[in-house]
Write a protein that binds this ligand. Sequence first.
Ligand code: SF4
Ligand code: SF4
Length: 378
Amino acid sequence: MLIGRQSGLGGSRFFCAVCGCEVEGAGAVLGLCAACVRAHWPESRDQIADLHAASRRRFGLPQAPPRHPDGLHCALCAHECRLRPGESGYCGVRSGEAESFRRDGRRRALVSWYHDPLPTNCVADWVCPGGTGAGFPQYARDQGPEVGYFNLAVFFESCNFNCLYCQNWTFKRRPPRSGQWSLVTDLAQAVTPSTSCLCFFGGDPIPQLPFALRSAQLIGLERPQQPVRICWETNGATHPGWLRAMARISSATGGCVKVDLKAWDPHIHEALCGFPNDRVLRNFELLAGFARARPDPPLVVASTLLVPGYVGVEEVSGLAAFIARLGPDIPYSLLGFAPQFLFEHSPTASRREAEACLRAAKKAGLRRVRLANRHLLH
Ligand code: SF4
Ligand code: SF4
């Protein structure tokens, strides 16, 4: 649903439904400018909720987290769904039948994997043992990039967010109940003598975290002579108890937790991802505490995707100041985004805007900032 659209001989033009200014890219999809999302949330909220709901109906995903008081309680993520039999969680992977609730995402998962040669195009490769040799000899196999070794990239096919620009959205096309389930032992067997690190990503690992943690533990038990770093790429909106488990296993193995901080303003965050960012920010604070105990190689790495018109200097400045207060040496990656999913017709970020974001992050006090995906800038 787009509000404020006008068609004419010159093609379609889009206008913010609140202030009437002309909007493009992300603003055209949302029908709202970023300034009005920040300042006029009560007037913007319903339009944004409708857009998210419509984007989820296409894939048969629940339009809102189920919250029946008598339902089974899932505390894996901040949605805290309560599921009755026949209902799916917001993530689409967990369901309210007792047996399925105990098993799915725990003993079996919707997941696929592949080996990537190191150094790989990873959000943390510029600071991590695999990409730089940081932490050698305890955590890295070489004093530089681990050429000849591999990252086992483990893609979870579910997510607890609904980012309108999702860079990996095609996993939503596969209805969870018809998916190919894998067992913990299947994943453990995929590790080879040249596997040096394992990265859980997706989608997001959160809705299937118990499976991920069990796999990591099994790999550690089966290969005591071959430590495999365990890393995560996540939106960070899990329960703090689960987050601690993620941080501990990464800390012990030399891996890292890469948190995608999508926006500083809670309404911008909700507009883009369907969920506000309070839990994410609190969890990031928790992770920063773990990071102080193992600063090298860095245990926590932050990243932000630059979304033209929505996530630029203002959002990056807020996030960078927040990170800097927790630790000025926490690495922060700014990422150019590829037009995907509902934002498939949006322009990419400009080089000028991206450089301005980089300067803003440094000005906020961060000492380790990088601009990645430069080939996606225009
Ligand atoms: S993991 Fe899924 S079922 Fe559990 S709370 Fe999150 S969205 Fe709901
Ligand atoms: S998965 Fe971890 S260790 Fe491997 S390249 Fe990425 S951040 Fe580095």
